[in-house]
Design a protein around this ligand. Structure first.
Ligand code: SF4
Ligand code: SF4
Length: 346
């Protein structure tokens, strides 16, 4: 299945330059201390030394935290609309398998009852170059969600660190075509393939945090009405919204108009079901208390999404654990759900 090539790490800039001729290339970058996928400057490849995963997930490259949907002007003939130009062809270099899976999960929502042209336009024009995650964080638990840190069907190409070189595997037709059109790649030989296999096994075993997801949908259903349980579970949360805004599978958004005289612009921006003001504009927030909002976040990922799309909408990327200011931990919360469901069953 795989098209195996390799490239010396010192030559990564060379292939990024070639790809820049066809795509806007995004690489792991630091923006005032916050890591995210940002446009490559044409020379810096130092991210290879520090990159583990980005704070801002690559969903931001497809569903920006703020985007213009269209602008409008009212004249004697009515409203005149102007839509933004089509999405650039973007290549995301270094996406981790968990975040690529998150995009596949988001696709299900944005391709569902209503096809979202903004998100889908960027996805259709995008190419994902995966970089196997050989040094996962303590908070990562991707393997419990059936995701390998180094293998993925959701990227176009996958690179694996094999020492001074990366092995390169073509995954999709688009990825294999890109490999064929790229100069300077060498054929991977048997020893490189063995090194890549060993690196993958090692990486898999480094993901030590585990979560038992068996029957989790039914366990959540069993605990849903248990107000005391959810109040205890949500006690230390301060409703900052970080765990949802920076979750790669969360997609809540708000829409607002900026109007000056007879002209205006409609924007879409990230929102969070963790905020008390969420949905206040079109209606009342049905989840005024914090415990209801936190229950919604957990149930949406582990109960409602599996009911709608037959997949858990969490990839075990661990961001919500790493970034929560009060150390609220979704794996602990779900373990408590399992214990509570068992207690209720006797
Ligand atoms: S990051 Fe932590 S404190 Fe903030 S909303 Fe999420 S659980 Fe609550
Ligand atoms: S819920 Fe947490 S671990 Fe799961 S995908 Fe979102 S940020 Fe990652």
């Amino acid at each position: 299945m795989a098209t195996n090539k390799k490239i010396a790490k010192k030559d990564i800039g060379n292939i990024l330059s070639q790809w820049s001729q066809q795509f806007t290339v995004f690489v792991p970058s630091k923006d005032e201390g916050v890591t995210k996928m940002a446009e490559w400057d044409g020379k810096d490849t130092s991210f290879l030394e520090w990159y583990r995963n980005t704070v801002v997930p690559p969903k931001a490259n497809f569903l920006p935290n703020m985007e213009e949907m269209f602008s409008f002007r009212k004249d004697e003939e009515g409203y005149q609309l102007k839509t933004p130009p089509d999405a650039d062809k973007q290549l995301i270099f270094g996406i981790r398998p968990c975040d690529a899976k998150a995009l596949a999960i988001l696709d299900m929502t944005f391709e569902d009852a209503y096809e979202d042209p903004y998100y889908l336009g960027r996805r259709q024009n995008g190419l994902l170059v995966g970089l196997g995650c050989t040094n996962p964080c303590d908070s990562c638990f991707c393997t419990s969600l059936g995701i390998s840190p180094t293998e993925s069907e959701d990227v176009d190409l996958m690179l694996i660190d094999i020492g001074d070189e990366f092995s390169i595997e073509g995954v999709t037709k688009k990825g294999k075509e890109l490999i064929a059109a790229t100069d300077g790649l060498e054929e991977a030989i048997e020893v490189d393939i063995t090194k890549a296999r060993e690196a993958k096994e090692k990486a898999y075993n480094r993901v030590t945090r585990k979560l038992n997801t068996e029957g989790i949908k039914d366990k959540l259903l069993a605990c849903f009405e248990n107000e005391d349980f959810w109040k205890r579970t949500a006690a230390k949360c301060v409703s900052c919204g970080i765990c949802t805004l920076l979750c790669p599978t969360c997609y809540c958004f708000d829409i607002s108009d900026e109007l000056v005289g007879k002209e205006g612009t409609r924007f879409r921006s990230w929102d969070s079901c963790g905020f008390s003001l969420y949905t206040k504009m079109p209606m009342e927030n049905p989840r005024e208390e914090k415990w209801r909002r936190l229950r919604q976040k957990v149930c949406h990922k582990y109960e409602f999404y599996p009911m709608n799309f037959d997949v858990i909408a969490c990839t075990g990327c661990g961001r919500c654990i790493r970034l929560c200011p009060v150390n609220w931990d979704i794996t602990q919360a779900l373990e408590s759900v399992s214990i509570q469901a068992e207690k209720q069953a006797v």
